[in-house]
Design a protein around this ligand. Sequence first.
Ligand code: NAG
Ligand code: NAG
Ligand code: NAG
Length: 248
Amino acid sequence: MQFFFLVSFYLLAVPATVLACEGDCIVEITKAFLSNYTDPIRLTMQQLAQEISYSIPNQPSPERTINYLQPLLDAYNDDAYDGMENAIFPSYFHGKCLRDGVTPPGCPNPDCDVVCGTPGSLVHFYPKLRYIAYNQTYHGLQRLASPGTDAYKQVENAILNSVHQEGPPSRRSSRLFARFSPLAGSSPTSLASRRDDDEDIRVKVQTIMAKIRPTLESVCGGSGNGETNGLPNCSWEDAMKAYILTFP
Ligand SMILES: *[C@@H]1O[C@H](CO)[C@@H](O)[C@H](O)[C@H]1NC(C)=O
Ligand SMILES: *[C@@H]1O[C@H](CO)[C@@H](O)[C@H](O)[C@H]1NC(C)=O
Ligand SMILES: *[C@@H]1O[C@H](CO)[C@@H](O)[C@H](O)[C@H]1NC(C)=O
């Protein structure tokens, strides 16, 4: 009797738990946002690579400087998934779709105006979802692009190495460029000035890396402040809503 009770409880419980965004729904929606963000992130990196290219004395091409940013991208990709999943589920979307103990119309699907853990709720609160994905993306990038992280040091080293290896620039002249003259030889003053030059470059790298958030925001079309209609180029609203509703 008790066995029978447990079995029927289990059978009843299964359809109820399936009407929520869990398992595949969580994994695939998280992946969809990460995947859609690859393009805006690539464009952001290209703009930073452009800035690095014209900010350092040897002026390597953006095609080369984009490689210097690769450690940042790799570090981002390594831990983006967990952060994104957690930011969407369960930090914001979770739980049952009840208001005063009652399931409102449209809930759990397809358009549920209670914040809860179902596709219908993700669809109804899509502007919030869009903002969560953006917020998570820029925080992840910004954190890695701050002095002190391994990725930051690797980027900085790649840029310094590039300047040291390529020697004097052939174009433009400035205080910075003049110091890279081969005529300077290796006298103590040139070592001291090389240290100054390295410091100049470090400051430039920091300034450029700090632009990662405003650059991503502008690539996304602006207004990444949580307002409902911002980020038009990082919204993918119609495609995403349709995709979200493919989950039960
Ligand atoms: C964004 O993701 C959705 C769901 O995977 C997909 O249908 C759409 O094509 C993607 N859009 C872009 C621009 O990657
Ligand atoms: C934005 O992301 C950060 C880092 O994950 C988090 O601490 C913060 O609460 C988020 N803000 C919003 C409004 O979601
Ligand atoms: C946003 O997308 C539109 C339409 O695809 C495009 O014309 C515009 O240049 C994009 N904006 C940015 C900042 O990339």
